[in-house]
Structure formats: C-alpha cells, structure tokens
Write a protein that binds this ligand. Structure first.
Ligand SMILES: O=c1[nH]c(=O)c2ncn([C@@H]3O[C@H](COP(=O)(O)OP(=O)(O)OP(=O)(O)O)[C@@H](O)[C@H]3O)c2[nH]1
Ligand SMILES: [Mg+2]
Length: 199
C-alpha cells in the first residue's frame, strides 16, 4: 500500500459537514484537504449496496477527475429496531432538497411504529482512498449510542441532534466539535487510516 504523503488530498464529498470534519481531522497530519464541492466536481450516483461500495465509487470518481489521491466518506445512521435502516440511505431519507429535521422525524415515527423499546443505534463511517496508480483502501469506524427525542443542539450535521453516544449525556449536536472528533465513527475510521497509511 502506498503511503499517503502529506500534501493535497481531494475529499470526494459534496457534504459541507463532512468537508469541515475531514479538514479538522486531517489538518493535524499535514494535509491540505480540498473538497469535490469546492472543485465543482460532479456528484456520482451512489449505485452500490454497501458503505464500502459507495465510498470506493466516490473516491474513484474524484481521483479520475483530478489525478490526485482522493478520500471519500460513505456513512450513515443504523438503527437496531429498524433492521439497520436508514443505513446507506441516510442522506436519501432527508429527501431533495435535504431536510434532516424531516429525516429525524421519520426515524422517530418508524421507531414508534416498530413498537420496540430498543432505541439503540450506531453511526458507521467508511473512508475510501483511491490513488492515481489504481491502488484502493477502505477503513471503517463505528460509534454506538442511543436515539433521543426531541432533537437537541445546533452543532454537527445530519442526525447529530438525536444521537447520544454510549457514556455521554450530550447529543452530537450539542457537543463541542473537538469532543465529537475524539469519539465519532469518522474519527475512528480516520484513526485506522492514519495507523495504516501515515508514517
Ligand atoms: O448526524 C450525523 N452525523 C454524522 O457524523 C454523520 N455522518 C453521516 N451522517 C448521515 O449519513 C449521511 C451520509 O450519506 P452519504 O455518505 O451519501 O453522504 P452525503 O450524500 O451527505 O455526501 P457525499 O459524501 O456522498 O457527497 C449524511 O448525509 C448524514 O445524514 C451523519 N449524520
Ligand atoms: Mg451521498
């Protein structure tokens, strides 16, 4: 596996929340993260049926468009009582244009409809790296927690206001970003990537 040499890295994402978190997480390692959003790259359709498949598809597309090593993130919320939904469809549950208040309400109403008292859930993040020589790698991170209702906090993005990580009292939407970065699914995947690819 080639090392990821600190320098320019394309973040193959159009999600502003991810761009900001990936910049925070990679800047300390000497990377200049420039996103597909900032570069105006086309957003590929997520046609695979797994986080890893979609992550690889996004990394490959950005690498091909720029000729630079590309890092993508495919992630989502997996709710135990909903059989792992919304999972890879987490962004799509918010509709177009995306409305995460609506998506959080949908999770809550489906949870109620399920009749289950189990409010456990996890966030999953799969990071994929695609190098111009065709090499590819994927790293996965998870954080387990509980869903709360109503939503709390204005920070973070997506479903953060309804997710409380195990052992915490604040939602990811209430937490200082540094604290989310110390325990999140994304931070855990970055840690695995760091251990494998960075000197
Ligand atoms: O509350 C959250 N805190 C997080 O830390 C988090 N990480 C992922 N998610 C949700 O999962 C979807 C991923 O879908 P996704 O991987 O297809 O990303 P996306 O479509 O938003 O951007 P892109 O990277 O594909 O361009 C996102 O939109 C979010 O709803 C999160 N929600
Ligand atoms: Mg997406």
């Amino acid at each position: 596996m080639p090392r990821l040499v600190p320098g320019k890295l394309v973040a193959a994402t159009h999600n502003k929340g991810k761009v900001s978190e990936l910049k925070d997480l990679f800047a300390p390692h000497g990377f200049e993260v420039v996103s597909a959003l900032e570069l105006g790259l086309d957003e590929p359709e997520e046609t695979e049926n797994s986080f890893a498949g979609n992550a690889l598809l996004k990394a490959r597309a950005a690498m091909k468009a720029t000729g630079l090593p590309a890092l993508s993130d495919d992630s989502g919320l997996s709710v135990t009582a909903l059989g792992g939904q919304p999972g890879i469809y987490s962004a799509r549950w918010a509709g177009e244009p995306r409305d995460f208040h609506k998506a959080m309400e949908k999770v809550e109403s489906e949870l109620k409809a399920s009749g289950s008292a189990d409010r456990s859930a996890k966030f999953v993040c799969v990071l994929a790296v695609a190098w111009p020589d065709g090499t590819e790698a994927v790293y996965e991170g998870e954080v387990h927690g509980t869903l709360v209702w109503p939503p709390r906090g204005e920070r973070g993005f997506g479903y953060d206001p309804v997710f409380v990580a195990d052992g915490e009292t604040e939602t990811f939407g209430e937490m200082e970003p540094e604290r989310k970065h110390a325990m999140s699914h994304r931070a855990r995947a970055v840690e695995k990537l760091r251990a494998a690819l960075l000197a």
